[in-house]
Design a protein around this ligand. Structure first.
Ligand SMILES: [Zn+2]
Length: 449
């Protein structure tokens, strides 16, 4: 498939030159390599599962085209491979011992490990996607865990991506559902960005957002079809995920694809949350985070912030010392606690600045509320969509209790300096009562059982 949207997005991307999505696009793997990487040997990076799913086929195809190709680094298939810095270092050492072209065959973890290792070796890489499970394929950075803390490592996006719809269709259904959760999160991410833009905190990059925003309803509009194996719905999903990645590449920031919904997900990942001994996928966590953030947005949008009680908001506003003390106390892991302090302080404003921000908010509110409403969907509607896509819709299903979810609203806010609805709620003095109503009888999180 030559998607005109993707072709247009590639013009905005600085690293990725070609994206090949379609049935049988594996047939073109040798052509893609020779177009963008020359005729050197190819070194496949995969885990045992993705090697069986597509890695062996890639090697066979390249070899039959006369290219030297081998299984350079195949990680164990179980237990689940995590994007730990130690794996990046091992892969970097392996890559440095050759001049081969890195060909990653897999999804999030394999892609992120290869992305950073190849970047550190100063070498471009090709990714062969094995699941429509997240949007990171074409993003410019990698999410890597360093000493228990999830960091975003700056590194170049892949030079090319091959996504064969036949390969994606064979991926476990839960991985495709996870991709849907990750994509649906852009509904909240876009609203968070609009908020930060309106308050003069972080400008909305229209060039980047126009690659995602206008198509979001279309891409996420057929969750039932996706769960039922409809090829058109799968193609729509992978297009949305790839476009989200290209938007991040264009913006040089994850902002177009990641807001408060991802903060919940990152927090639960850092906390090592598990359900039945298994950590839920990124997309499932993002799906839950999307519901959490959207439910908070619903409560705020129902208010008239043109008449906000400024005295009350400013009266309860914490000092820097209090912010630091609370962030330190909230995260038991010392490295994570220091990280939370840094990020919380980075976005903390003094009471005077908050007062002018809230006045600005009051002035802008009628127009801003309208824009947020057209970007967002009500949390109830998002829950229905996630359920149709076979994504979890209760926190317990990913190993988070109601009490932990309630606390997550406060902790998620602390782990990144990015401005989101979590900050808006806190700055307006509405967080505590917002949570009270969400978790009380009749509230969004009380009703789901
Ligand atoms: Zn994501």
């Amino acid at each position: 498939m030559k998607s005109s949207r993707i072709e247009a997005a590639l013009h905005e991307a600085d690293t990725t030159r070609e994206v090949l999505i379609g049935r049988g696009s594996m047939d073109s793997i040798e052509a893609v390599l020779s177009r963008h990487f020359g005729d050197g040997a190819a070194m496949i990076v995969a885990d045992e599962n993705t090697h069986a799913a597509a890695g062996q086929e890639v090697i066979a195809r390249l070899q039959s085209a006369g290219r030297e190709a081998s299984a350079g680094m195949i990680f164990p298939g179980a237990p689940t491979l995590h994007p730990d810095i130690e794996h990046v270092e091992a892969l970097q050492a392996r890559l440095s011992s050759t001049t081969a072209i890195p060909v990653a065959v897999g999804s999030e973890t394999i892609n992120d490990l290869t992305k950073l290792a190849a970047h550190r070796c100063g070498r471009p890489y090709l990714i062969v996607a094995t699941a429509a499970s997240m949007d990171g394929y074409t993003a410019f950075a990698a999410a890597i865990t360093h000493q228990g803390v999830k960091m975003i490592d700056d590194c170049a996006a892949p030079r090319a991506l091959v996504a064969d719809l036949d390969v994606l269709a064979r991926a476990p259904a839960a991985m495709t559902a996870a991709g849907y959760g990750d994509l649906l999160g852009k509904v909240v991410a876009g609203a968070d960005w609009m908020l930060a833009d309106a308050l003069g905190i972080e400008a909305l990059d229209l060039r980047a957002w126009s690659l995602v925003g206008p198509y979001l309803r279309e891409w996420t509009g057929n969750p039932g079809g996706l769960a039922g194996g409809d090829p058109q719905a799968l193609e729509s999903l992978i297009e949305g995920l790839v476009m989200s990645g290209l938007a991040m590449q264009a913006a040089r920031s994850s902002r177009p694809a990641s807001g408060s919904e991802h903060l919940f997900s990152h927090l639960w990942e850092m906390q090592g949350v598990t359900h039945d001994g298994q950590s839920a996928s990124h997309g499932f966590k993002v799906g839950l985070g999307t519901l959490a953030a959207a439910a908070l947005f619903d409560g705020i949008l129902a208010r008239d912030l043109t008449h906000l009680d400024l005295k009350k908001a400013l009266g309860g506003w914490p000092s820097r010392a209090t912010v630091e003390r609370e962030a330190l106390a909230a995260h038991p892991d010392p490295v994570q606690a220091v990280h939370a302090v840094e990020n919380s302080l980075a976005k903390h404003v003094e009471a005077g600045e908050l007062a002018s921000r809230l006045s600005r908010l009051a002035r802008l509110w009628p127009d801003l509320r309208e824009r947020l409403q057209s970007q967002l969907l009500p949390a109830q509607e998002l829950r229905r969509l996630l359920a149709q896509a076979a994504c979890p819709t209760t926190p317990e299903a990913i190993g988070v209790s109601r009490a932990a979810l309630r606390r997550s609203y406060l902790l998620s806010r602390q782990i990144r300096s990015r401005y989101t609805v979590l900050d808006l709620a806190a700055e307006c003095g509405l967080m505590q009562e917002g949570l009270e109503s969400l978790f009380s009888p009749g509230g969004f999180w009380h009703a789901v059982d």
